[in-house]
Design a binder for this molecule. Structure first.
Ligand code: PAZ
Length: 317
């Protein structure tokens, strides 16, 4: 069912710290516009949908932010500036490599408490820690990574629109990479109870409204010259390609990356108007720690570069 999105944003409350975050995004894009860099907006992780205004309970989803954070590292590696719009406490570039570890297990107290370095990194983590720290510090020094967090669907939607509108000014040098798992349903503010829902009132019944598909305005109005990549996730692999193709036809963006929930780290299909290209890792590659984003991102760089060249030729005519 189609939903009109023209007035949608007006009834979405402006989230806390929105202006502060928006200022950072605008400053970042301006800085990279001057430097002539390509900038990618990466969305990552899942959104929450609160059930109460003073929220105790909310609906969430499975996304951990692996796709987004791994892709961010790869785009940075290839020279892009990255706006990383991520779910608070989901995986972030570089630090994600230690996310399964307890920080206190990585560190050790020096034998001699009066040592100049009383806290040290345990030997088995030293190599990887040094590699990631070097990469992270280099990226931060170059000013090419801006991380902006969200938690709720409302925050995500406002920040997505603000980021894409800001990218509009760098035209085809912008890429939008929509890897976040965003809820399709929400409870409008005026239908949400203020206080914690009481179990004493009996079983809970509530109705969720559809979130309008914002990919349409994003592509057609917010940043019409950007290279836009959406993701399509399904659990039924028989639906996947058809739904990705339908999205492409409907929203007229450049590319859809289609993936199935259980195999998303091993196989994706790059769907365009011209053809479908499967990218897969072997079981050996997976065991060796190869990540599929190492293969996805270079594919996209080539296609983005081609589009930039085509647009450049068009304007020269
Ligand atoms: O965040 P993650 O690595 O656990 O999962 C990635 C993903 C499956 C959320 C992403 O590849 C994706 O398909 N995002 C769009 C989901 C959707 O169709 O709404």
């Amino acid at each position: 069912m189609e939903v009109d999105c023209s007035n949608f944003f007006q009834q979405l409350p402006i989230p806390d710290k929105f202006n502060e975050k928006n200022d950072k995004i605008c400053a970042f894009v301006n800085q990279h516009k001057e430097a002539g860099s390509k900038v990618v907006l990466i969305t990552s992780g899942g959104t929450t949908v609160p059930l109460e205004s003073r929220t105790v309970r909310y609906i969430d989803n499975f996304s951990q932010g692996t796709r987004g954070s791994a892709s961010a590292e790869n785009f940075l590696h290839h020279g892009y500036a990255v706006i990383f719009l991520y779910r608070n406490r989901s995986l972030e570039p570089f630090s994600r490599h230690f996310s399964r570890l307890n920080l206190l297990d990585i560190l050790e107290l020096a034998d001699d408490s009066s040592a100049t370095q009383p806290i040290i990194v345990r030997r088995e983590y030293e190599g990887k820690m040094k590699t990631m720290l070097l990469k992270y510090k280099k990226v931060m020094k170059s000013g090419r990574l801006l991380s902006i967090d969200f938690t709720t669907l409302n925050e995500y939607l406002h920040l997505l629109r603000a980021s894409v509108l800001s990218l509009r000014q760098i035209r085809q040098s912008a890429m939008v990479y929509l890897a976040a798992a965003v809820s399709d349903f929400y409870i409008p503010k005026d239908q949400m109870p203020e206080h914690k829902i009481q179990s004493a009132d009996g079983p809970l019944h509530f109705s969720l409204q559809l979130v309008p598909k914002l990919l349409g305005p994003l592509v057609m109005e917010w940043a019409p010259d950007a290279y836009v990549i959406s993701f399509k996730l399904e659990t039924d692999k028989n639906l996947l390609i058809r739904k990705a193709q339908e999205a492409l036809k409907k929203y007229r963006h450049q590319l859809v990356i289609a993936n199935v929930l259980e195999t998303r780290k091993q196989t994706v299909v790059i769907v365009t108007n011209e053809n479908n290209k499967t990218i897969s890792l072997t079981n050996e590659q997976l065991l060796d720690g190869v990540e599929i984003e190492e293969h996805i991102v270079p594919e996209l760089l080539v296609r983005h570069q081609q589009m930039m060249a085509e647009k450049c030729n068009e304007t020269n005519f």
